[in-house]
Design a protein around this ligand. Structure first.
Ligand SMILES: [Cu+2]
Length: 271
């Protein structure tokens, strides 16, 4: 009776703890995927989970069978295996490693070349949105080229911790840092890239869902690293155009040719 009560109490406590946890937005605790290509990353994560679960079950089952079958009364056998049995075991391990890791490796390389690091195709498209992002301790500044299409000119629009992009168009971001290594992370778009002092790095993605998403810094960059959180807003194209014209007009009004610090942009790099 007492045991049953303890068991019931434990079950309730467990259920509460489970319901108190933040609900995962899309299977396996991953944030909801709001990008066109993010599913490619997710499929590799799902494959990894499936492969490791299968291996865990197989190894666990073998262990369990051995435990039950070799209980009491079974004489201990010491064996280091024969050359053939070691060969079979090593061969099997090699085959599993080759299949699982090989699958992950080739798909990673293919996805990187075709999608995640395919900056050339984003650069070619006429509707690509280009943004320069400068990281510093502890915020993100974003620069839009304005109507002239050129960066670091008086008609640029600059925002702080506020990046907006249109839905359904490729976005190409060039990243820089003025102090330490930061990392521009968009968990809902499955992309992340370091911002390195003295270097321009790139990142590309395409949003497929309108909404507000997190920009996080994924490198521990100092005591206020936790504050380095921005918002990426995905807007319908016409609302994006309205917003851009408003910030460009504001930037024109606020433009001060004496303010050298405000002109941190660079000429868009093309390889
Ligand atoms: Cu940072």
């Amino acid at each position: 009776m007492r045991r049953r009560r303890i068991f019931a109490a434990a079950t309730v406590a467990l259920a509460r703890a489970a319901s108190g946890a933040p609900a995962p937005e899309s299977g396996f605790g991953l944030p909801r995927d709001a990008s066109v290509d993010g599913a490619r990353v997710d499929s590799l994560i799902h494959f990894t989970i499936a492969a490791t679960t299968l291996m865990f079950v197989v190894v666990g089952a073998v262990l369990l069978v051995a435990l039950v079958r070799h209980r009491r009364g079974h004489p201990a056998v010491h064996s280091h295996g024969s050359k053939a049995s070691i060969g079979v075991a090593l061969g099997f391990v090699g085959l599993v490693a080759l299949a699982v890791d090989g699958y992950l490796f080739t798909h990673t390389i293919i996805d990187m070349r075709r999608f995640f690091w395919n900056f050339a195709s984003a650069e070619e498209r006429a509707d690509t949105v280009r943004i320069e992002v400068q990281a510093h301790q502890w915020a993100w500044q974003a620069r839009y080229p304005g109507p002239d299409g050129k960066f670091n000119t008086p008609d640029d629009a600059v925002t702080l911790n506020d990046v907006r992009v249109p839905v359904g168009a490729p976005v190409l971001i060039q990243l820089a840092s003025v102090d330490v290594i930061h990392s521009f992370n968009l968990p809902h778009f499955r992309v992340k890239r370091d911002a390195v002092p003295g270097e321009i790095t790139k990142l590309t993605f395409q949003a497929r869902e309108v909404g507000e998403y997190e920009i996080a810094c994924a490198q521990h960059c100092g005591p206020n690293h936790y504050k380095m959180r921005g918002v990426l807003t995905v807007l319908p194209p016409e609302r994006y155009r309205d917003w851009l014209s408003t910030v460009v007009a504001d930037a024109r009004r606020a433009y001060d040719p004496e303010d050298a610090e405000a002109r941190w942009g660079w000429e868009w790099r093309r390889e």
